[in-house]
Design a protein around this ligand. Structure first.
Ligand SMILES: [Zn+2]
Length: 124
């Protein structure tokens, strides 16, 4: 009798050589795996998601960002530094103002795809 915990496994070991070949040929290199996992770590913090989402609307100066999200300057600057180091946001200085935006189109796509993925098929 199949135990409850084994329902998500094949009943018998079955190897499909072409599939194995395909996966092995397209394996990510270790550096890419590391960088990708570091990027997802940075994305795993709710306040950083809030910041990225705000910046997906438009470029914002640090003061507006802090005000809009109800965060203090030191908290926001801490999170922005982490996001900057991960190349998820960039900033430019204009006179006395520091303006932040998403680093490039890929970051917008990452956010949009993530939101779409969690929104569809809820209650499945
Ligand atoms: Zn990019």
């Amino acid at each position: 009798m199949v135990k409850e915990t084994e329902k998500d496994l094949c009943d018998e070991k079955c190897i499909h050589p072409q599939s194995i070949c395909l996966v092995r040929q397209s394996m990510l290199d270790e550096n890419t795996i590391y960088d990708l996992s570091e990027m997802f770590k940075v994305l795993s913090e709710p306040s950083r998601i809030r910041i990225l989402h705000a910046l997906s609307r438009r470029e914002l100066c640090v003061c507006d960002l802090a005000e809009a999200l109800g965060m203090n300057q030191s908290a926001i600057s801490h999170q922005l530094r982490i996001l900057r180091n991960a190349r998820l946001v960039k900033f430019r200085k204009e006179g006395k103002e520091a303006w932040y935006s998403l680093d490039d189109e890929h970051v917008i796509t990452l956010m949009c795809q993530g939101i779409e993925h969690i929104s569809h098929g809820k209650g499945k």
